[in-house]
Ligand binder design. Structure first.
Ligand code: SF4
Length: 229
């Protein structure tokens, strides 16, 4: 597999700070028909336009999606739903995200996860959110053009609230209830926009639809301001 290097966090892929997640990566069985050698099985770097005005933040790599391919939201149902719609909304050069070397590029959008290693049951521990927050903070500092933080799912939203609290931008998490397409203006001028996760479950139950996700993407672009020249 291509050796990925995070454009913002070059040391990230070597991180082994969370023993439970390191153990899980070492023992996670591959999906039927695949081999462990096909899997990335390391912290998953962020991906996209480092000058983006919109930063999409998810929860954590999917076991057989991003953890296999090495790119956020790539190789599982959440990404299969999301990437064609990102393309439709003008954020990418192609509709599919299949592999980390598939020539996909993002425009005005950067994507990363709150926790960079796949957690058992898709549920990071509070200590793992805390441990990985340092990377999230560094991304937040380095993505200097970001005007909109678009969070997918309640857990990612809360993770970003903790980030903002750690930076003195908010005081009480309870003042920022999660809601689909709900937006908060922060003291630094950035917008925090919440969205349901694009998980297969949410898609199958109709909690999120192509139309409602496109609406959130339009909202994000509108909040970011006029198109870049
Ligand atoms: S979750 Fe984050 S802090 Fe923990 S091992 Fe992975 S990269 Fe390091």
């Amino acid at each position: 597999m291509t050796d990925l290097c995070d454009p913002l966090l070059p040391q990230l892929i070597h991180c082994q700070c969370c023993p439970r997640l390191v153990d899980y990566l070492a023992t996670l069985p591959p999906k039927r028909g695949r081999t462990r050698e096909e899997y990335w099985n390391r912290p998953v770097p962020g991906f996209g336009d480092v000058n983006a005005r919109i930063w999409l933040v998810g929860l954590a790599p999917g076991a057989h999606g991003a953890n296999r391919t090495g790119r956020p939201f790539t190789g599982d149902g959440a990404g299969d739903f999301m990437y064609p719609l990102l393309h439709q909304a003008g954020f990418s050069n192609q509709p599919d995200s299949v592999r980390c070397d598939d020539a996909l590029t993002l425009n005005d959008l950067y994507i990363s996860n709150s926790v960079k290693c796949v957690p058992p049951g898709n549920k990071p521990l509070a200590s793992e959110f805390h441990q990985c927050r340092d990377y999230l903070v560094r991304e937040w500092h380095q993505l200097e053009q970001v005007k909109v933080i678009l969070t997918l799912g309640r857990d990612a939203f809360i993770s970003v609230l903790h980030l903002l609290k750690s930076q003195g931008l908010i005081t009480r998490l309870a003042d920022y209830p999660f809601g689909h397409d709900v937006c908060y203006t922060l003291d630094n001028g950035q917008q925090l926009l919440a969205c349901y996760h694009t998980s297969r479950y949410n898609v199958q139950t109709g909690r999120i639809t192509p139309a409602s996700f496109l609406q959130v993407l339009r909202h994000a672009r509108q909040l970011a301001g006029a198109d870049r020249g």
